[in-house]
Design a protein around this ligand. Structure first.
Ligand SMILES: Nc1nc2c(ncn2[C@@H]2O[C@H](COP(=O)(O)OP(=O)(O)OP(=O)(O)O)[C@@H](O)[C@H]2O)c(=O)[nH]1
Ligand SMILES: [Mg+2]
Length: 202
């Protein structure tokens, strides 16, 4: 994938702060610290387009990034971080829900789950929302580098069973090794219904 441009557009809390509808959008959702911002950086070959942090709760706004003038990535605030300021905890639900429900340019979502964990209520609720509102989504298992090959596969099988899907439907990704990057891009291309932004391979 040749990345020609990747630019921060804006941060928003409320719908009236979203940028004008222009490009197809892909939302990145998941628990705080799961690796949403890191995934976006790897997808666009940039170390720090999106701020990442070992402190959960880094991303507290809905952040928009235009990639190759072809697709907009939307880094959503992570949920499930108990120590986040109360305002953030209170506002997370409506902020993310509002974006996912009302954004007409949203073509699909990536739901990230740490490969070492099990999906919990928040993940099941999000999946229910996606299904109820006809939002196509793919599940990405992050931090795959935390396991050796065998253990990685058994954890993929475990999470697939917990979610009630086939292992082959899950994408396994590592921001450290960049494994899974091409598969995530392919999934995004399928969701936006066009070849990857510039169909050239690196
Ligand atoms: N080992 C490993 N660490 C990762 C990976 N992806 C992210 N991390 C680390 O996990 C921490 C959180 O990553 P972020 O990308 O900031 O996570 P986030 O989901 O954006 O977090 P919030 O913005 O708080 O919701 C950072 O310390 C990252 O370096 C990965 O694939 N492997
Ligand atoms: Mg983040």
């Amino acid at each position: 994938m040749k990345i020609l441009s990747a630019e921060f557009v804006t941060s928003a809390v409320k719908a009236d702060q979203y940028p004008a509808l222009r490009l197809p959008e892909i939302g990145f959702a998941g628990r705080s610290n799961v690796g949403k911002s890191s995934l976006i950086n790897v997808l666009v070959n940039r170390k720090r387009l999106v701020k990442t942090s070992s402190t959960p709760g880094r991303t507290q706004l809905v952040n928009f990034f235009d990639i190759n003038e072809a697709v907009t990535f939307v880094d959503l605030p992570g949920y499930g971080y108990a120590k986040a300021p109360k305002r953030v905890v209170r506002e997370w639900g409506p902020m993310v829900e509002r974006y996912l429900m009302e954004r007409r340019s949203l073509k699909g979502a990536m739901l990230l789950i740490d490969i070492r964990r099990s999906p919990r209520d928040e993940e099941f609720n999000l999946i229910e929302w996606f299904r109820a509102h006809g939002i196509p989504f793919r599940v990405v298992l992050t931090k795959a580098d935390k396991f050796s090959n065998n253990k990685r596969q058994s954890n993929v099988a475990r999470i697939a069973k917990e979610l009630g899907v086939k292992s082959s439907e899950l994408i396994t990704f590592s921001a450290l090794s960049r494994s899974g990057r091409d598969e995530v891009w392919e999934a995004i291309s399928a969701l936006i219904g066009s070849p990857t932004p510039t169909a050239t391979k690196e």
